[in-house]
Structure formats: structure tokens, C-alpha cells
Design a protein around this ligand. Structure first.
Ligand code: FEO
Ligand code: CA
Ligand code: CA
Ligand code: CA
Length: 746
């Protein structure tokens, strides 16, 4: 999502480019870069490379190669021809493939619910039985004949899909009713609350290969921004007391569910991203009533303002304050917060585990995994007898990358247990959270975020932590203190099933938000405002001539660990987004062509069936030429490229050369555009049947740039996808199949 992003990291922690600069200086000192670009063949993590300790003076340090169970080999070739860039108002897929819409925002998820009129007049009370808006992260779980989990089930399953936020101009008949800064039509607000969250739908493929929803299924469910859920893990009950839950173990709702994750026991993880903006906290009124620690926490997370959509202002409210609970100001007189919602914001910002096979079960917020603007949670492959691991990104400029490691070791028998949320308690309530630091020598470290460890104590001068709950609720503050590396808007991550390498998209950055840094010791002058999260700083003018400075096209970083629970890694940069034809030395470093050029990588996902890496874009920089897209890649691994020197130039004409580590160029044969979406959409969210023959893809907010003033003028809509004609555009889930019934991609 691009509208609600908040930058709140004012710590002085290093950005990754500060470290790249340090590493370059260090390598120069050691005479390793005498050849400049000629050293591109330097292998810093070659297969079977000798182990070199971090303190070695013989070359860039490495950690041991990963131990990953054998999986089927990746295909040697992609099985489709690239689609061209497109600005058409349609979904384009390669010849030989078919894309069909499975369901759209508003479609009924229960029998007896009326078809969606899509004009803003549908009964608000029915929206909790309809598909939510702005489809995002998703997972597919195969169904057995008894409606249990069949990990190999490819013809009938449960689709769990996030609904991140609202294409608000099209939701109501003619926009929101706001009187004197307050919402006065509760039905509108109910629609909006129901429009968020997660949808679970039973889907099946017919004999002709066409997929549809079973509207009568008892497994269909909406989890939305008003659904009651349990708070679990070390932070449950601490700093979470509300009028709704005087013992601080329950809350209502999940919101801004961006990317997702899943578990090896068949549950869905939905991840709360830009939740901070939904809470009303008028700072001039509330600040005098709050402690210094509370204010530090609110500032670090960006909780302050009128609240998205003014939900907290809705009148009339219900007796249990279904709307008023979005007000996180101190309004009561109690000492513990049991008479107001001053602590309610602490009950958001978590990963939420949902058992899709148990529609009556309460979702559980898993506080052990930390609190931040969660993009998603991506598991390493489970290994019997070893801890389970999830990687996580905090999606905001200058935020961090995290890793969660369970204390319990994986018992494969747990995969088939039906008390799935109890299994979740075992692995997700008891574990350690770590944050990434990228070192100058090409290695990285995971730094533990535990109370009493790494200065996270009651005597810390920056923030006096009370206990582990305080550390988890204020994960960002803890990560600042331990010296984590600032990254550039981490979006999705994914783990390569073939070799265990972990990939994460860094979607883009602008010049004005870059950190101004001094040249590193021993290096030549550095361009002001070089973005520390990546080595490129450049201008990418639109075809109209409008400048786009900074790193408007983003890139994908990756790292490799000896084992998933290890606390060290090696990293390089897999791909740089760029327009084909841009300067190969400073912008189009990955050598992208017309068949695979892209901008602003966001979604990232490895197919378990094919091991293909799929890349989705959430772009605003290249949209003068193409709508957002989906690409397929057959990647190598960390260290398959080498050292590169990249010259950056800022708007003042300052330039500097920076060395970094770049993966091997992919080429048209190994990186290819597969799909282009309709106008103004983001292509986000992917799932697949276990046989690799059906791919589900989310199309989010087509036509979002249509102004509210045009709502009565369909000809002025920037998109009418998918229904066309005079229809309002709708976010939707698309099913892709290969016409010969084969696997998607390779
Ligand atoms: Fe919701 Fe990070 O995009
Ligand atoms: Ca995004
Ligand atoms: Ca979006
Ligand atoms: Ca995203």
C-alpha cells in the first residue's frame, strides 16, 4: 500500500549502504579491490567455499553453506513467452494460459446473500458475508473428503485471502458522509470495518478445469476489523487492558492485513501492517495525560491523528463501543485502562494465526513474533528436530528485517494434529525474536530482542523496559537500541526451497527520504542523499520528462544462512528494478530487457511445485509505460555474481562510487514477465494448488486514481475492470491455468 506509509525511525542506526561503504573501504585496505570492476569475478560465497572466520584477513568472510532437505530440481526453462508491457485495462497472460476472475469485492460468501449491486447500496449488514476489498496476501489449503487438511489436495481447498484496505471512492453510493469532522452514518462505517481483514472460502475445480466458490460451504468465513480474537504469548495481559477486556487478553479485529504467512500444521498467518493510522489520538489533548514511555512508543509507531476514516467518531455508537474503541486516547479515570481504550493500539501490530478448518475458533494474535508494520511472515522449510523459523519485514522506509525462531523443535507428527491453534501455542508463543544487522564484511548477524539481553533492561537510558511484554510491544525501539540495520521498505520475503536462500523485496525510495551520510573512512566523497539501503541513486524521468529521483525502481536483497536457526548469514543483491535501456553501470545493473524490465518489486513467492520465484510489483514510477505486473524467475543463489562499483548522482550533481555485491544477471531465459494487470492496480498475493497447475493472483484496487467527483461518470473511471462497461472497478482474485493442463511457469 502506498498511501498510509509512515516513516518514524529517527534512530541513528546505520543504513545498509553505510555498511557497504565500510566494507568497500575495508576491502580496498586489504587490496582486494585493486582491479575495480575487474573483481566482478570475486566469489564471496562460492559453492563449497572454504570457511573463513569473520575476522579473517584473507578475504570476505563467509558462513557455512546451508543444510536444506532435498527438493525437486528447479526447471531449466520457463514454459511461456514473455508478455509485453501494457497499459490496457485488462489482465494479460501469455499465449496458452487462461486468466479467469474467481471472485470480486462484494461477491457473496454465503448462500442467501444477494448478488452485489456494486453501486454502494448493498445492505451494510451483509458485508461480513461478502468478499472484502483490496485482495492481498493469500494461501491455499487443500481439503480432504472429511474437510480436514490435505496438503496434496489440488481440486478442492480453502483459499485464505487478506483484504488490506478500501478502494474507498467506490465503496459507498457517493463517498463517506462526514458532518463536522465526524461519521454520522454507522452503516457506512460498518461496511468499511467489514471490508477489511481476511476471507476464507471453499473453492473447487470442476471437470472442465474452471474454479468457483462453494457459497454454501460451512467453512466459508470472514474475519474482519470487528472479529473478536485472543491475544497470546508473553505480551498477553500486559499494557493491553481495555474496557472490552479488563484482563488484556482479548481484542476486536485485525486491520490492514498486508502480506501473509502459513505454518507447517496448516494454519494461516495474517499480518497487520499500517494499523497505526486507524487509531484516533489527538495529541494536543492526549499527550498531557500520557507517560513519557507511552509517548515514546506512540511516536515510534506513528500513533497520533484523527484516525483513518474517522471510525472512532461514529455516532450513534453501540453500547460496547464498536466504533468508539478506535479512540486510543485516555478518557477514563481508572489506573489500569479498564474504563477506556487508551491501550487498544497495543492490541494491534501483530501476526494473527487463524485455523481455517475451524470456523468458530478465535484467531490468535501471536505477540512473540513482535509488533511493527508487519508485511508478512515467511517460514523456512521445517526440519524434524530443529526449531521452526519465520522471516519478517517491517514495511516502512528505514525499518528493519526480523526473524523468529521457536524454542520447540519441529515434530512432524504435529502437521496432522487437528487442534491446530494449540500447536500454534507450542511453536508461536514460545520463541525468540531477532533483528538483522548487515556487516561490512559480507556477513550478517541476527541480534536477539529479549528482556535482559543486549541492554534491553529496566535501566536502559533510552527506554526502560519493564519486561518481555514491553520489549515485544515496542519491538522497533528494542531494535533501534541493539543497532539493527535500517533497510529500505522491506516488503515480501520468500525462502528458496532449493537452497534455503532468503529473499526480500526493498520496494523503492525517494530522494527526499534518503539519509544524508558522511563518506565512509577511506572512501571518496559520497553523493549526498545516497540511499543507504541500496547503492543506486539516480533519476528515472517519466516519458513526460518528470524527474523521479532516488531509487524509484527498488531492488531485491537476499541472504544465505548455514541453517535456518543460525545467527549469521551472507548477503548480496539479487535484482535491481529498472527500465530496459537505462545506463547499465548505474541504473539497469541487472541487465533487464523489454521482456523482463520492472519497477518496485513488492510481492515475492516461491512455488513449492516448481521452485519458480514469482515477483509482483506495486509501482508508481514506471506506470507511464506499463501497469503493474507479475514476473517469473529461475534464480541462482547468494554469491553467484560478484563485487560491482556503482556510480550514483543526486539532484545537486554530487556523485560517488559505491561498491556492493550483485547477483549474476538473470537474462531473458531466467527472468520473464508473465502477467500485466489492469489500470491503477497493484498485483499482490499469490497461492497455488500443490500440483502447480492452478495459480491464484490478487488484483488490488484497479481504478484507484479515479476521483470521488467522477463517481457518477463511469466514462471518467480510470478502470472498469473486471466487469467493464459502466461498472465500478473491483479488486478481485484471478485464477490462472495452462490450457493444456500443465504446470504454471515451468
Ligand atoms: Fe501493504 Fe507493504 O504493502
Ligand atoms: Ca507496497
Ligand atoms: Ca496497494
Ligand atoms: Ca505489500
Amino acid at each position: 500500500m502506498h498511501n498510509d506509509d509512515l516513516e518514524t525511525n529517527s534512530s541513528r542506526n546505520p543504513h545498509i549502504n553505510d555498511i557497504i561503504g565500510e566494507r568497500s573501504a575495508d576491502l580496498k585496505r586489504r587490496g582486494l579491490l585493486k582491479g575495480g570492476l575487474g573483481m566482478a569475478s570475486l566469489s564471496f560465497m562460492g559453492a563449497g567455499s572454504a570457511l573463513t572466520g569473520c575476522g579473517s584477513s584473507d578475504g570476505p568472510a563467509t558462513v557455512a553453506p546451508p543444510q536444506v532437505p532435498a527438493v525437486p530440481a528447479r526447471p531449466t526453462a520457463l514454459n511461456f513467452s514473455a508478455v509485453a508491457k501494457s497499459t490496457a485495462d485488462s489482465v494479460v497472460v501469455p499465449q496458452g494460459f487462461t486468466a479467469r476472475v474467481l471472485y470480486r469485492v462484494g461477491d457473496p460468501l454465503a448462500a442467501g446473500v444477494a448478488s452485489y449491486r456494486n453501486d454502494g447500496t448493498d445492505d451494510p449488514a451483509t458485508y461480513d458475508k461478502r468478499v472484502g476489498d483490496n485482495h492481498d496476501g493469500m494461501s491455499y489449503f487443500g481439503l480432504s473428503s472429511t474437510n480436514g487438511w490435505d496438503p496434496n489436495g489440488s481440486t478442492r481447498g480453502l483459499l485464505c485471502v487478506n483484504h488490506e484496505y478500501l478502494n474507498i471512492n467506490f465503496l459507498h453510493a457517493s463517498g463517506q458522509t462526514i458532518v463536522s469532522g465526524a461519521r454520522t452514518v454507522p452503516g457506512e462505517v460498518l461496511r468499511e470495518i467489514y471490508g477489511h481483514g481476511v476471507g476464507i472460502a471453499e473453492v473447487a475445480r470442476d471437470a472442465g478445469g474452471v474454479w468457483s466458490i462453494n457459497q454454501a460451504s460451512t467453512l466459508n468465513r470472514r474475519v474482519h476489523a470487528g472479529t473478536e480474537m485472543e491475544i497470546s504469548g508473553p505480551a498477553a495481559g500486559s499494557f493491553m487492558v481495555t474496557r472490552f477486556s479488563p484482563n488484556g487478553t482479548r481484542t476486536r479485529g485485525t486491520v490492514n492485513n498486508c502480506a501473509n504467512g502459513y505454518t507447517p500444521w496448516g494454519t494461516y498467518l495474517t499480518c497487520e501492517e499500517n494499523w497505526a493510522g486507524y487509531f484516533r489520538r489527538v495529541t494536543a489533548t492526549d499527550n498531557p495525560n500520557r507517560s513519557a514511555k507511552e509517548l515514546a512508543s506512540f511516536a515510534r509507531y506513528g500513533v497520533g491523528g484523527n484516525g483513518n476514516h474517522l471510525w472512532a467518531t461514529t455516532t450513534p455508537d453501540t453500547a460496547d463501543q464498536f466504533f468508539g474503541r478506535w479512540n486510543t486516547m485516555r478518557t477514563g479515570t481508572s489506573a489500569d485502562g479498564s474504563d477506556d481504550y487508551r491501550n487498544v493500539a497495543n492490541t494491534f501490530g501483530w501476526n494473527v494465526e487463524i485455523d481455517p478448518f475451524s470456523p468458530a475458533s478465535l484467531p490468535k494474535k501471536r505477540t512473540t513474533m513482535g509488533r511493527f508494520a508487519h508485511e508478512g511472515a515467511w517460514p523456512a522449510r521445517p526440519v524434524a528436530g530443529k526449531p521452526l523459523v519465520w522471516y519478517q519485514g517491517d514495511d516502512s522506509r528505514g525499518e528493519y528485517i526480523y526473524k523468529y525462531v521457536s524454542n520447540a523443535v519441529w515434530d512432524p507428527a504435529d502437521a496432522s494434529r487437528t487442534d491446530k491453534l494449540a500447536v500454534g501455542d507450542k511453536y508461536l508463543n514460545d520463541g525468540k525474536l531477532y533483528v538483522a544487522r548487515f556487516n561490512a564484511d559480507g556477513t550478517g548477524n541476527w541480534i536477539e530482542l529479549s528482556f535482559g539481553v543486549n541492554s534491553l533492561t529496566a535501566s536502559n537510558a533510552t527506554y526502560a523496559f519493564a519486561n518481555q511484554a514491553d520489549v515485544l510491544i515496542n519491538t522497533r525501539i528494542a531494535a533501534d537500541i541493539v543497532g539493527a540495520t535500517k533497510m529500505d521498505r522491506p516488503e515480501w520475503g520468500a525462502v528458496d526451497p532449493v537452497n534455503g536462500a532468503v529473499y526480500m523485496t526493498l520496494t523503492n525510495n525517494s530522494e527526499s527520504l534518503r539519509t544524508v551520510v558522511a563518506p565512509p573512512a577511506g572512501a571518496s566523497a559520497r553523493a549526498a542523499r545516497v540511499d543507504a539501503a541500496n547503492p543506486r541513486h539516480y533519476n528515472d524521468p517519466r516519458e513526460t520528462g518528470q524527474n523521479q529521483r532516488g531509487n524509484p525502481n527498488g531492488h531485491i536483497i537476499r541472504w544465505l544462512e548455514p541453517t535456518p536457526e543460525a545467527l549469521t548469514f551472507n548477503w548480496d543483491i539479487f535484482l535491481f528494478g529498472a527500465r530496459a535501456g537505462r545506463d547499465a553501470a548505474s541504473i539497469n545493473i541487472s541487465g533487464l530487457s523489454a521482456d523482463n524490465d520492472f519497477s518496485s518489486p513488492d510481492g515475492l513467492w516461491f512455488s513449492k511445485a516448481t521452485n519458480i520465484c514469482w515477483i509482483q510489483t506495486d509501482d508508481g514510477a514506471y506506470t507511464d509505460v506499463t501497469n503493474c505486473m507479475l514476473l517469473a524467475s529461475l534464480p541462482g543463489t547468494v554469491g553467484d555474481g560478484g563485487v560491482r562499483t556503482i556510480t550514483s548522482t543526486d539532484s545537486a550533481g554530487n556523485s560517488a562510487s559505491i561498491q556492493t555485491f550483485v547477483g549474476a544477471a538473470q537474462g531473458d531465459a531466467r527472468l520473464r514477465r508473465f502477467l500485466v494487470g489492469p489500470r491503477d492496480c497493484e498485483v499482490t498475493g499469490l497461492a497455488e494448488t500443490p500440483d502447480g497447475r492452478t495459480l491464484f493472483v490478487g488484483i488490488q484496487h484497479p481504478g484507484e486514481d479515479t476521483p470521488l467527483s467522477a463517481i457518477a461518470t463511469p466514462s471518467a473511471y480510470t478502470s472498469t475492470w473486471p466487469d467493464g462497461g459502466t461498472a465500478r472497478p473491483r479488486s478481485a482474485l484471478v485464477v490462472i491455468t495452462k490450457n493444456d493442463g500443465g504446470r504454471i511457469g515451468g
